[in-house]
Design a protein around this ligand. Structure first.
Ligand code: NDP
Length: 485
């Protein structure tokens, strides 16, 4: 069985413990590879390799860093199909989705930051009247830590390491132990691209062992983390007294606000995607759908009909819309929320059940973790089902009468990651966008991203912003120099 090894100091190696964990395939429920069960000793080795590589990498010109990162882009593009298949096998998502979204976005991340690094300019300020100039110097921070989740494995992993490496930092990174395969494949591509040894070090293993050792390590100057709010809290508790720079991209419970004057067909098609893409396991999915009362019954009928038409099945089948849930543990969590919704008085309009094993394209048994896309109505806005992150193919729908009312519903949660607004009324669109508590708001669209724009949540959805030059600056130490003329 294939062993997923660490990538430390430019080499692939097993963990010091020599122990490996099982890696499951969500569609079959079977173990298909093994992952290094690393611990703080491997993190220490990785941090030493990163520290040794830092003087040379930070002194490498932005043009030379650009050239290596672009080579990596071409290699990821070359291996796109193999990476997409691996991502699907690890995560349960349709291969077609990984081919269209996840792997191309990993390429885009490296390309964006390879080019951004050569365009990053430092500011200068002319202090008129007191005859001085001020300028800002930026130096790469040093060794930094990147920790990413399982839902968009290579996409989010590279969204962190690309700006760190491009800025001249060296990295100790941990992908989710649930979906490690594409990060392992990336480490082989880094070797092929000629990335100098120690610039990127990938340590596989469990969060409480490897992740927390990264956060605690005294040579690691910054932590860029994407994952759940509870883990984010733990990381902040450890990192804050050590005065580490911190970027936290956390959970969400995003509202999708639909006014009666929207472009109906476009709204309906997009709302199906924003509810169930990637099995609803995208932090930006709209899991609470609020519909203006005059449109509610029509929407309910059509949305349920469209949901029923989604094909849940073998992730390798091109016709599949919704694949398998990432792990047994997460599958159980989603099912427990469907039970909770019933206890709280919700009516299941469609779905709500475990799916019989679907037919596989290869003939083998798909005994994995499949849940029917589920639509629930009749729940109050403040019940647990409507307040807590479920992170699966489960949405609630609910009518509203006024703008103020829907804003109160939308803003009632502890989270503030994203929101979607559907209306053709320009003034209302801008008014609601300004008042909804979210770090990113989409009007008449969803998941349309420009990598130059700041990305991140408000409230308990996170701290700091990723994207654009901000992410490059995050990985630098800034110094102001004031010169009297
Ligand atoms: P987790 O918080 O469980 O895990 C995220 C990463 O942190 C994993 O690599 C995990 O390792 C690691 N980890 C776990 N415990 C610790 C610890 N004590 N110290 C350091 N690292 C640790 O999140 P999930 O993987 O379950 O991902 C789903 C969550 O991510 C959802 O809440 C979702 O909303 C959020 N998310 C947010 C996004 C955003 O941009 N705001 C984007 C995508 C997802 P291991 O896997 O071994 O446990």
């Amino acid at each position: 069985m294939e062993q997923i090894k660490n990538y430390i100091g430019g080499e692939l190696s097993g963990p010091i413990s020599a122990a490996f964990l099982d890696n499951f395939e969500p569609a079959t429920g079977m173990v298909y590879s093994q992952i290094a069960d690393s611990d703080e000793r491997d993190v220490k080795m990785a941090a030493e390799a990163a520290k040794a590589a830092f003087p040379s990498w930070s002194a490498t010109s932005a043009e030379d860093r650009f050239a290596i990162l672009m080579r990596l882009c071409h290699l990821i593009e070359r291996d796109l199909d193999a990476l997409a298949q691996a991502e699907s096998r690890d995560n349960g998502k349709p291969v077609s989705l990984a081919c269209a979204i996840d792997i191309p976005r990993a390429v885009a991340n490296f390309r964006f930051y390879a080019t951004a690094a050569i365009h990053l300019a430092n500011e200068s300020h002319d202090t008129v009247g007191r005859a001085a100039i001020n300028y800002t110097l930026r130096h790469p921070l040093g060794v930094v830590g990147c920790i990413s989740p399982w839902n968009l494995p290579l996409y989010l992993f590279t969204w962190k390491i690309a700006p760190a490496i491009a800025a001249g930092c060296t990295v100790v990174a941990k992908p989710s132990e649930v979906t490690p395969m594409t990060a392992f494949m990336l480490s082989k591509l880094c070797i092929e691209a000629g990335l100098p040894a120690g610039v990127l070090n990938i340590v596989h293993g469990l969060g409480p062992k490897v992740g927390s050792a990264i956060v605690e390590h005294s040579d690691i100057k910054a932590i860029s983390f994407t994952g759940g709010t509870k883990t984010g809290e733990e990381i902040a508790r450890t990192a804050a007294p050590r005065f580490k720079k911190l970027s936290l991209e956390l959970g969400g419970k995003n509202p999708n606000i639909i006014f009666a004057d929207c472009n109906y067909d476009e709204m309906l098609a997009t709302t199906i995607r924003s509810s169930f893409s990637n099995q609803g396991e995208i932090c930006l999915c709209g899991s609470r759908i609020f519909v203006e009362r005059s449109l509610y019954e029509r929407f309910k009928h059509d949305f349920v009909e469209r949901t029923n038409a989604l094909k849940v099945g073998d992730p390798r089948d091109d016709a599949t819309d919704v694949g398998a849930i990432v792990s047994k543990q997460h599958f159980d969590k989603i099912l427990s929320y469907i039970e909770l919704a019933k206890e709280e008085g919700g009516t299941i309009l469609t779905g709500g059940s475990v799916l019989e094993p679907p037919k596989s394209v290869g003939g083998e048994k798909l005994d994995g973790w499949f849940i029917e896309p589920t639509v629930i109505e009749g729940l109050p806005f403040d019940c647990r089902t409507n307040q807590e992150e479920i992170f699966g193919p489960v949405v609630t729908i609910m009518p509203f009468d006024t703008e103020d009312e829907v804003l109160a519903y939308a803003n009632s949660v502890r989270y503030g990651l994203s929101a979607t607004i559907w209306t053709e009324n320009l003034s209302r669109a801008h008014r609601v966008a300004a008042k909804v508590e979210a770090g990113i708001v989409w009007i008449n669209c969803w998941l349309l991203r420009d990598l130059r724009t700041p990305f991140g949540g408000v409230k308990d959805s996170g701290l700091g912003r990723e994207g654009g030059f901000e992410a490059l600056k995050f990985f630098t130490e800034e110094k102001n120099v004031c010169v009297k003329l």
